[in-house]
Design a protein around this ligand. Structure first.
Ligand code: MN3
Length: 200
């Protein structure tokens, strides 16, 4: 069974002016599509082909002989999760149980924002910033390249791509500006709340 490239959950222009149509076309149609194709090509006719992609990611995370498969599997999954982490008119502050949990575990929404900005800005080179549910607590983490919190038993709730291809056409080297706009204008807190409800 092959993993399919999901369509973007919104129009290519929906995240403008923060993320341009051009960025989404390259990012989804070229980068994400390539990870999906490479993953499918790599697992075709192997035992991994019958597993859900999340299980493939966890199963081969520590197998150095399958590093290439892992990178494409994780990047295929991470990008789908990233598209869903954003929405037009998003950002701002969460509400309800999610807001209460953020206040309880970070000491306030501003502290979460500070931690998330720091994670994204200090990820050297390519990678991802995450909000995860880790055995009862919310945590902010960062991962390099394709790495993904599923491999350490954490439940991803929100992610932000900090590979240069995610923001370079729109922000050039100004990664902190991209992070700030992601948080204030794009985060899909409904998606995060749904993920927390499933995880908790
Ligand atoms: Mn990317």
């Amino acid at each position: 069974m092959s993993y399919e490239l999901p369509p973007l959950p919104y129009d290519y222009t929906a995240l403008e002016p923060v993320i341009s149509k051009s960025t989404l076309e390259f990012h989804h149609d070229k980068h994400h599509a390539a990870y999906v194709k490479n993953f499918n090509d790599a697992v075709k006719d192997t035992e991994l082909d019958s597993l859900p992609i999340e299980q493939v990611i966890v199963k081969i995370a520590n197998d150095a002989t399958k590093a290439g498969v892992f990178n494409n599997a994780a990047q295929a999954w991470n990008h789908t999760f990233y598209w869903n982490s954003m929405k037009p008119g998003g950002g701002g502050t969460p509400s309800g149980e999610l807001a209460e949990k953020i206040n309880a575990d970070f000491g306030g929404f501003d502290k979460f924002v500070e931690a998330f900005k720091t994670a994204g800005a200090t990820q050297f080179g390519s990678g991802w910033a995450w909000l995860v549910y880790d055995h009862g607590s919310l945590k902010v983490t960062k991962t390099s390249n394709a790495d993904n919190p599923l491999t350490t038993g954490q439940v991803p709730l929100l992610t932000m791509d900090v590979w240069e291809h995610a923001y370079y056409l729109d922000f050039q080297n100004r990664r902190p500006d991209y992070i700030n706009e992601f948080l204030t204008k794009l985060v899909n807190w409904d998606f995060v709340a749904t993920n927390l409800a499933s995880a908790a």
